[in-house]
Design a protein around this ligand. Structure first.
Ligand code: NDP
Length: 280
């Protein structure tokens, strides 16, 4: 879709561009000449002019309707269009399902799922009026394989998967493309930004297993690939005339696990997952 449009004429919004995947994508596309607007909850308003080859950083909290609308309106006022939206802002909550309060669960969904929905709803009228657009939703391999002690995180990403698959069909007649990127573990700020449920700790009935699983998870994340791999993939998607429903990126064994989940009998796959995470 944006394949016909030159980078300098292509306006891109990337949420959560202060760190990790979003930052890598925003800087990569800005250096390639795209007109990139990144967002952070901590960016100044009004935005300061960017250095050459850097994105404009806008203030946006994806958990607040008016904050999202404000940032989208600003971009449209400045440029007259919005070609690409990358819904990337997100974080993870760790904790057993039983230990995760409803408030904690809601906060996870508020950012990772409703944040995506808010940004889509603000961007779609602009894209429909243009008769073209591309929305890239950053899901996770944890949105394909449910991760123990990150159940609410996985639930938020499974929800993003469902939203994206349905939206993709709904907006097809309007020339709008929607796709998913499902990263495996990458070395970003995600591990340090992870929130543990308040009931996490030695008094939890799950303490022994939860701690062991999270150690494995966090070691995988710290040994994960560079977020620039997503930036390269994103650029490829922007150049594609007809993006696929989903793209996976990250360590080969994790991408293989996602393939095996679709092939192996459920019990066999679950047995392998329990072995990997040392859950008896
Ligand atoms: P980082 O913690 O490095 O970056 C997260 C970004 O999200 C920050 O820029 C932060 O911006 C932003 N953010 C968080 N909450 C909000 C909010 N309420 N409103 C607006 N922005 C917010 O993590 P990653 O780069 O790793 O994560 C990016 C995405 O990639 C997430 O959706 C994550 O689930 C997904 N992902 C990451 C994987 C990994 O291994 N790292 C694997 C699979 C998926 P600020 O705090 O400045 O507002």
């Amino acid at each position: 879709m944006t394949s016909n449009r030159r980078p300098e004429e292509t306006v891109v919004l990337i949420t959560g561009a202060s760190s990790g995947i979003g930052k890598a994508c925003a800087e990569h596309l800005a250096q390639r000449g795209y007109r990139v607007f990144g967002t952070s909850r901590r960016a100044p308003f009004p935005p300061t002019p960017p250095l050459p080859g850097q994105p404009v950083m806008l203030q946006m909290d994806v958990t607040r309707d008016e904050s999202v609308q404000h940032a989208v309106d600003f971009i449209v006022r400045e440029t007259g269009r919005l070609d690409v939206v990358v819904n990337n802002a997100g974080f993870g909550i760790a904790g057993a399902v039983e230990d995760t309060s409803i408030e904690e669960a809601k906060s996870q969904l508020e950012t990772n799922f409703f944040g995506v929905l808010r940004v889509c709803r603000a961007a779609l009228p602009v894209m429909r009026a243009q008769g073209e657009g591309l929305i890239v939703n950053i899901s996770s391999l944890g949105g394909v394989i449910a991760l123990p002690f990150q159940a609410l995180y996985s639930a938020s990403k499974f929800a993003v998967e469902g939203l994206t698959e349905a939206l993709r069909l709904e907006v097809r007649p309007f020339g709008i493309h929607v796709t998913l990127i499902e990263p495996g573990d990458l070395h970003t700020g995600f591990t340090d930004h992870r929130v543990r449920a308040a009931a996490w700790g030695p008094t939890s009935a799950y303490a022994r297993y939860a701690e062991r699983v999270l150690q494995i998870v966090e070691a995988d994340e710290r040994n994960g690939g560079a977020p620039e791999t997503v930036a390269l993939l994103l650029e490829r998607i922007l150049r594609s005339p007809n993006p696929a429903p989903r793209y996976q990126v990250g360590p080969a064994f994790q991408r293989l696990a996602a393939v095996l989940k679709g092939i192996l009998p459920d019990r066999l796959f679950e047995w392998a997952l329990a072995k990997y995470y040392r859950i008896p």
